[in-house]
Design a binder for this molecule. Sequence first.
Ligand code: PHB
Ligand code: FE
Length: 341
Amino acid sequence: MAMLDKSEAKTADVSVKASHPSNETGYRAFEIGSFKFERDEYFVTISWRVNDRMMSHKMSADTFLRALMRDVAWGFFYAQVNFDTVFGTNNLYGRVEMYAGSFNPAFTEKGLDLKETFDSPELMATFKAMLEDWTNEGFDPFAAPDETGMTWSGRKKGSNLDAIERERVVAKRHPGLPGDIALRTDRNGYPVNRAFADVPQDEPEVHAEPGFEDQLSAFNLFAYLSRSDVTWNPSVTSVCKNSLYCPTTEEYILPIKHGNDRVEWFIQISDEIYWEIEDKETGKMRAKLLMRAGDVASMPADIRHQGMSKKRSMLLVWENANMDLPRMHAEGELPPYPVEF
Ligand code: PHB
Ligand code: FE
């Protein structure tokens, strides 16, 4: 699902505008285009200049860092990543638009919103530097709050590069096939999560006809997911042409409100997730949805959504990787929903 190759961002010749560490808090401030970002003990403040006015917006630093972690790890993801109702990014696939207030009528109706476009590697470099500087020792923006505690708050204290530079686990075809990602075990650093202690760990037996050993694979997806060390991080786990199965484990709140640019399908494979679904442009509430184990839903192309999971749960996100879809939706060639009944 990452649209921007990590190495592309690393090798690009881009500079980051950062201040000296603050005497008071130890954190640096960052600037890119007309936007400025500062963090203190509890909050991140985003400021922008529009129509000769300085605007500013505050978010809790943990919410901001959890959203920033996803935008960085997912290379700006599909379409729109709202950090909250005001700030976020739109992936233009190669370039990226950063905005404040542009999908919130309280700002747009008064002309107080701002959208600026950057080359993806340029914004990525600033986002990575900010994530690195503002993530304290012990805070893992991918972990559930119960597992990472309040380590995000207070003055700057150390860093957590292991957590923020975690390689994204992306299958080429299927876990377990030769040359592909490995199944998760205690030995390779993936113990069963506390919430999934009851998930059976047996694996299917695979007996391939001679000559087909590198084409046939099966594994226990429940066992695989029970060993996921991250939350709200769909990872490509089986690939068949444009069909991507991206299962994920979810606990607490999806740190972003994702704005779709294509239809996607959700299959709830354990426990429950409660979804809030809003209009993508205005944020107006469209639906509330409780998905229980076994439920299937299609998420339309013209919405933003955010999920809540009171206990760690397993969700299969089914994505269509056809890169023509955003244009087809934008030009009205396709309806925003998948089927007519
Ligand atoms: C989504 O927006 O579709 C999405 C993103 C992250 C998740 C689940 C769903 O963990
Ligand atoms: Fe989505």
